[in-house]
Design a protein around this ligand. Structure first.
Ligand SMILES: Nc1ncnc2c1ncn2[C@@H]1O[C@H](COP(=O)(O)OP(=O)(O)OP(=O)(O)O)[C@@H](O)[C@H]1O
Length: 582
């Protein structure tokens, strides 16, 4: 019942079609049994020596079969309509949830795995609804009908068939295994898919460095896990499957064995022979239906498991609803005693407190893994489960609606992502209403106009496969151009110059300068040349804020920043010595 309820959520307005499909399937399965009715009368007339009205019963059989087949096709037609609707609604649900989840969801879930869970599970449920539901109805109706008729003909044989059907259904249920094993089986299936994608991506590195395939231990583990769960699931079904087949195979033998002692006491042997023959032939329909249930049972379990898996995918990641609906009046940022952990074992930030005045630039520096990106992501509202308080203006982040924050903070990461579309379409994503003039201005401000001129179709050039391939620096500048168009008052730049050459770095710096004008800027940087002009520097070490102040104050303090600066200037004086041999 719970399963059907969850399926109904995705059927939406097509419930009428769903019921119609069930009714037509049930009608069809009963109509397709009409030849047996005619056959029974044929047996009767043979045993009694009376004249068989072949025309009458022949027509009943033909019309019954024809109308039955028609009903079956109509039932399939409606079930396919419902199936497509379910698939569409499941994909829509997945897509909408992706819009609702916090950004941390994308940090913790691989895109291949998300795609697989949404796409494949929707397709699997479609297939079950479209193909298996009409069959499931007929496989349930036929046994009830057959057992009813047999009980009426001879109660002993009827009871045997009824017991067989009940026993078979019980074994089918057992065969489907426990839902938990099935859930792990499906998780293992998803893992193997995403690990296989990683394996293909990593193959380039393996070839370049002639690296050992040992690096793909997680892929191997996912294969082992899948094989373990597939085996466990299959073995858990083994006994019930074998027993069920046995029950179904021996049913005719039991009928014959029971029929003999009953037959010897029967007053009309010929009538009883007819009944027995009919029971054997008609009973075969019972066997057929129970065998079908055996096959659709696994699909049933898989389809509902697919729905649960899709719904559970987003658990714990849905956006926190704002406690109030405040408007942002000032773009200063305050962090008060912020502590955060990605995993229970390790704190990524410990008791971090600082404030950033409106329209100032703050540089965040520190060793790799010190927590720089983490604090930036918390301010960008990507994670919510932190201790302490993060305020924009006078209110906590929680006091603002999601849209307000999205229209206030722009987070540019080190991995610039652009879509496989034209440059213009990519830029318009940041501001769909941007005029050609505004786009030109943004391109000039972010040092992209020279790049656009070089491209065959200018701003209409498609990026990526089949179009142009841009360098890391060129991509970063286009992303800054998007940020420029978006024109949010708070900009967070997370190591945007991390992997660019000096020429691109110079252009990027000029782009950042244009972008930062009159804005509150947080700039995470490894390169100290970028931070010297900042109004404030925050130095992080193993998750703690260990120094804060203006560049001048930190120099005078002669602490970590000062030492980093010394080392930085020393490396600039390094030269390569040696002789050049001919
Ligand atoms: N998604 C995550 N799940 C678990 N741990 C994470 C995650 N992201 C970061 N960490 C851990 O949190 C700590 C801080 O990481 P963070 O990315 O903030 O460092 P960082 O100073 O920005 O480093 P880098 O300069 O190399 O980017 C590190 O120990 C890192 O391993």
């Amino acid at each position: 019942m719970k399963n059907l309820k969850s399926l109904f959520r995705y059927i939406g307005n097509y419930k009428g079609y769903f019921y119609l499909s069930l009714v037509l399937s049930a009608t069809s399965s009963i109509l397709l049994l009409t030849p047996y009715y005619s056959m029974y009368h044929l047996f009767l007339s043979i045993s009694s020596g009376s004249n068989f009205q072949s025309k009458y019963y022949g027509w009943i059989a033909i019309v019954g079969v024809l109308v039955g087949v028609l009903c079956y096709f109509l039932s399939l037609w409606f079930s396919h309509m419902v199936g497509f609707r379910v698939e569409r609604n499941m994909r829509l649900f997945g897509g909408n949830q992706l819009l609702e989840v916090s950004l941390s969801f994308f940090d913790t879930h691989e895109s291949g795995k998300i795609r697989k869970i949404i796409d494949d599970n929707a397709a699997l449920t479609h297939s079950f609804v479209a193909h298996n539901i009409p069959d499931l109805v007929s496989t349930c109706i036929v046994p009830i009908f057959v057992v009813g008729v047999l009980l009426k003909l001879n109660w002993v044989l009827g009871v045997i068939c009824l017991c067989t059907a009940l026993l078979s259904l019980y074994l089918v249920k057992k065969m489907m295994g426990d839902p938990e094993s099935l859930q792990y089986y499906m998780i293992a299936l998803n893992n193997i898919t995403s690990e296989a994608t990683e394996f293909i991506r990593g193959m380039q590195i393996v070839k370049i460095f002639n690296a050992s395939l040992d690096n793909f231990r997680t892929f191997k583990k996912s294969i082992d896990d899948y094989s373990d769960w597939a085996l466990k699931y299959s073995f858990s079904a083994r006994l019930s499957y074998v027993l069920n087949r046995l029950v179904l195979e021996v049913l005719p033998l039991i009928l014959i064995a029971v029929a003999y002692p009953v037959m010897s006491k029967h007053p009309s042997i010929s009538l009883f022979l007819v009944n027995i023959m009919f029971c054997m032939v008609f009973g075969s329909q019972l066997l057929l239906s129970l065998t079908k249930i055996l096959n659709t049972g696994t699909n049933y379990a898989l389809a509902f498991q697919s729905i649960h898996q899709l719904e559970n995918l987003f658990d714990g990641y849905l956006e926190h609803k704002p406690t109030e609906h405040q408007k942002i009046t000032s773009c200063s940022i305050t962090c008060n005693a912020v502590t955060f952990s990605y995993t229970p074992e390790k704190q990524a930030l410990k008791d971090v407190t600082f404030s950033i005045p409106e329209k100032s630039t703050t540089a965040v520096i520190g060793a790799s893994g010190s927590g720089k990106s983490t604090i930036a992501k918390l301010i960008a509202n990507m994670y919510h489960e932190y201790e302490g308080e993060i305020k924009i203006g006078s209110y906590d982040l929680n006091a603002y609606p999601e849209e307000t924050l999205m229209d206030t903070i722009t987070y540019v990461s080190q991995n610039a992502q652009l879509f496989h579309k034209s440059i213009l379409e990519n830029l318009k994503m940041a501001r769909p209403t941007a005029t050609t003039e505004e786009i030109q201005q943004a391109l000039i401000a972010t040092e992209c106009s020279e790049l656009i001129q070089k491209l065959p179709d200018g701003v209409e050039t498609i990026i990526g496969t089949g179009g142009v391939h841009l360098s890391g620096g060129e991509r970063q500048r286009l992303v800054l151009c998007q940020a420029f168009l978006k024109n949010n008052p708070i900009i967070i730049l997370d190591e945007v110059t991390a992997s660019v050459d000096p020429e691109n770095e110079f252009k990027l710096m000029r782009a950042i300068e244009s972008l930062s004008r009159d804005k509150t800027v947080i700039m995470i940087a490894h390169k100290l040349s970028l931070v010297e002009k900042a109004d404030q520097i925050l130095v992080f070490k193993t998750g703690e804020l260990v120094e804060k102040g203006t560049p001048q104050q930190l120099k005078e303090k002669q602490g970590i920043y000062y030492n980093m600066l010394q080392r930085y200037h020393a490396t600039k004086r390094w030269t390569l010595k040696g002789e050049v041999t001919q």
